[in-house]
Design a protein around this ligand. Structure first.
Ligand code: FEO
Ligand code: CA
Ligand code: CA
Length: 705
């Protein structure tokens, strides 16, 4: 392990500033996994509140008989259901090679064929304020919070940020990330997309800044960014281009078009938008995906925390809308965020969607696709099934919530972008039901493998809509799509341990689901796909669709059960010797390299294994299958987001989110990425700046800009 030597700050405790007190009435709570600041600002203390899913939709071990009675409604034959219940279909399902992406036919080659060679680093203590990369690698930022995007943008001035200056600059807390080469540029020009999930007001703004200015500036630091990047040629690092023609910020007053069967529904009409078809802004965008037709999808996640609600309805409660005093105070600035006012009625229903953006057309109207359902979307990823249909997978990141997929009605046409951009507007929405194949008494919540040596089984996709019509009893299609969680409750979906990123391996066509953790699951609630009580470390599910990805049946197994193997005997990495794997906890975002190896970024390791969050590669084929190597670690308090692996180009990218977030304006904990001398006042740049960074082979020791 080699660390660049730089100035760093390592205060042990943060000081609660006046601003923090004003913004964070819930401060002091912590779930035990993450910092109090993350809990308060990222997901509105979700862990401190009751579980949203109070449905009597049972856990698997309780539902065998109920499944049989439902089989006709779900379209599963008697024989198929027997296979689902007792695992008889698993071998056939997992052995099917049909429906693989074209690349799958190339196979893996020998062993770990990744083009990125590196010696894995050790875990990095959770007090280190550094980016740590392997020996022989270097890193540098591509773009940072506050970097000006346009010629007329104001320069970053942390002491005097305003809504207007922020609107022309890269936003805060970048999460989803992609860098796409522009065709015909010979690898010298590209476009970078990132979203901005939330803000850390406590370290962003001076405590004496006017509170209204704080709120509005933080609002402008949310949203999305598109930025052109350039470089000398392939294999070289990128730099962002100020004033480039594709550069764009998506702000809270940007118009989004609602598409699909719920567009125009009464549930989506507001005082300001009687059509129910035009929404201003996007909130709390977390992960995302890049479509085969070159657009970007972005998931609206913990939108509930921005809305004031005094007397939540059952539907609002199911979406976590219980906070009567949103800490960011947007409802004070814009009444539409106060659902108790006429302006706010139904406004909350207009968030929680998958957003689609065309980064190559700066005049295009971004869209929110109702056909994909409304929940706390981590992200969405699309593959084209062998049948030609676009299939999108999406996790609902909440304890005991569900995994969804959408299958387009129409099929993909190579090169016809206009047509392909219609694919997510009409089709079928499904939610997953998992069944284990081991006896229930062997799934005791300890995480110890059952006697058949695997947490595995089969499952089926429960259909909620067909060609934009409801298949859920007593719910119209707009209700199914606006209140998707309630529809899935009714239909008996499997409660998962916070499904985050869902990615399709481009080499083997299988689906990988990161279940990040769930400390609320009890031993009695453990089931084979979620086998641990008090699941602090999370796990990854591998799913093999029967036939192509439009299938309603699948086989599954847990690829890994995360944690520190020295402290937890349930840690399992695809059969690789547990004493030889790196500790890894709280998998969040997933990515693949060109050889189909899985890359995992984490969110929460400082609180669970006392290490900074990190990026790992898992070998997926050959004698070292299951081997975990750590590629990098992010600085203190930060989360590793949006990994992009361009191994053929020798580049790895991550979005470094919320570095130093437990600090205060007067006592910052991180100086990433500029690392100005310790003691530099925050107003003069002595503060952390969330940033997209790139890592590449080179001399260690990057020292700021
Ligand atoms: Fe924003 Fe599910 O993490
Ligand atoms: Ca089993
Ligand atoms: Ca995430």
């Amino acid at each position: 392990m080699v660390k660049a030597v730089r100035n760093r700050s390592m205060w042990k405790a943060s000081e609660v500033s006046d601003l923090k007190k004003r913004l964070l009435p819930m401060l002091g709570h912590t779930s035990g996994k993450r910092s109090a600041m993350t809990c308060a600002l990222k997901c509105d203390n979700a862990c401190a509140k009751g579980v949203c899913n109070t449905s009597d939709n049972n856990y698997f071990r309780d539902i065998v008989s109920a499944e049989f009675s439902r089989r006709n409604m779900l379209g599963v034959s008697g024989a198929g259901m027997v296979a689902l219940m007792f695992g008889g279909g698993a071998a056939a399902a997992s052995g099917s090679a049909a429906g693989l992406a074209p690349a799958a036919k190339k196979g893996f080659g020998s062993g770990n064929a990744s083009k990125l060679k590196f010696a894995g680093i050790d875990g990095v203590a959770n007090t280190v304020d550094d980016v740590v990369v392997p020996k022989g690698y270097n890193w540098e930022p591509v773009i940072r919070w506050g970097d000006p995007l346009f010629h007329d943008s104001a320069e970053f001035d942390p002491e005097n940020q305003t809504p207007e200056s922020q609107a022309g600059q890269f936003g805060y807390n970048c999460d989803y990330l992609d860098i796409i080469e522009i065709q015909g540029s010979n690898g010298k020009r590209g476009v970078l997309f990132s979203n901005h999930e939330y803000t850390n007001e406590n370290i962003m703004f001076p405590p004496d800044m006017d509170i209204s200015q704080v709120r509005k500036t933080a609002m402008a630091a949310h949203g999305l960014s598109v930025v052109e990047v350039e470089r000398k040629g392939k294999g070289q690092p990128w730099k962002y281009v100020r004033g480039a023609k594709l550069n764009r910020r998506f702000l809270m007053d940007t118009e989004y078009e609602l598409t699909g069967p719920a567009a125009g529904s009464d549930l989506l009409k507001t005082k300001a938008d009687a059509s129910g078809r035009v929404v201003l802004g996007t909130q709390n965008n977390c992960a995302g995906g890049t479509t085969p037709w070159g657009t970007i999808l972005s998931g609206e996640e913990n939108f509930n925390q921005y809305f004031k609600v005094s007397a939540p309805t059952d539907e609002q409660r199911r979406y976590g809308l219980t906070n009567t005093n949103p800490s960011r105070g947007w409802h004070v600035e814009e009444p539409r965020f106060d659902t108790d006012t006429p302006d706010g009625k139904n406004e909350d229903n207009r968030f929680g969607w998958i957003v689609e953006v065309d980064p190559f057309d700066p005049t295009s109207t971004p869209r929110k696709h109702t056909a994909l359902g409304r929940f706390k979307h981590e992200g969405a990823n699309v593959t084209i099934a062998k049948s030609g249909h676009a299939v999108s997978y999406s996790g609902d990141d909440e304890r005991f919530d569900y995994l969804y997929k959408f299958v387009s009605k129409d099929t993909y046409r190579e090169g016809d972008k206009k047509h392909n951009m219609s694919l997510l507007t009409e089709g079928d929405l499904y939610v997953a039901s998992f069944s284990g194949n081991s006896p229930a008494n062997q799934i005791d919540g300890s995480g110890v493998l059952p006697s058949d040596g695997a947490f595995d089984g089969v499952g089926h996709w429960i259909q909620l809509t067909r060609n934009n019509e409801s298949l859920v009893p007593d719910m119209e299609v707009d209700q199914v799509l606006v209140y998707t969680r309630l529809a899935a409750d009714k239909m008996g979906a499997t409660k998962m341990d916070r499904p985050e990123d869902v990615e399709i391996n481009p080499v083997n066509g299988k689906i990988y689901v990161a279940c990040t953790n769930n400390i609320n699951r009890t031993a009695a609630q453990a089931d084979e796909p979620n086998p641990r009580a008090n699941n602090r470390h999370g796990h990854i599910v591998e799913m093999t669709e029967t036939g192509d990805q439009t299938s309603t049946q699948f086989a599954w197994k847990l690829l890994l059960v995360a944690g520190d193997p020295e402290m937890d005997e349930s840690v399992y990495f695809n059969g690789y010797p547990a004493d030889q794997v790196q500790p890894l906890s709280c998998p969040d975002n997933l990515a693949f390299d060109s050889a189909g190896n899985l890359w995992i970024s984490t969110d929460g390791q400082p609180g669970t294994i006392q290490r900074n969050d990190a990026l790992y590669r898992v070998t997926m084929e050959g004698p070292e299958m299951g081997k975990v190597e750590q590629f990098m670690a992010v600085p203190i308090d930060a989360e590793t987001c949006g990994p992009v692996i361009h191994d053929e180009d020798g580049l790895v990218f991550v979005a470094v989110q919320h570095p130093g977030e437990d600090g205060s304006w007067d006592k910052q904990r991180s100086l990433f990425p500029d690392y100005l001398p310790a003691g530099t006042p925050s107003g003069k740049g002595g503060l952390p700046r969330p940033a997209v960074i790139q890592m590449f082979k080179g001399k260690n020791g990057f020292v700021g800009r």
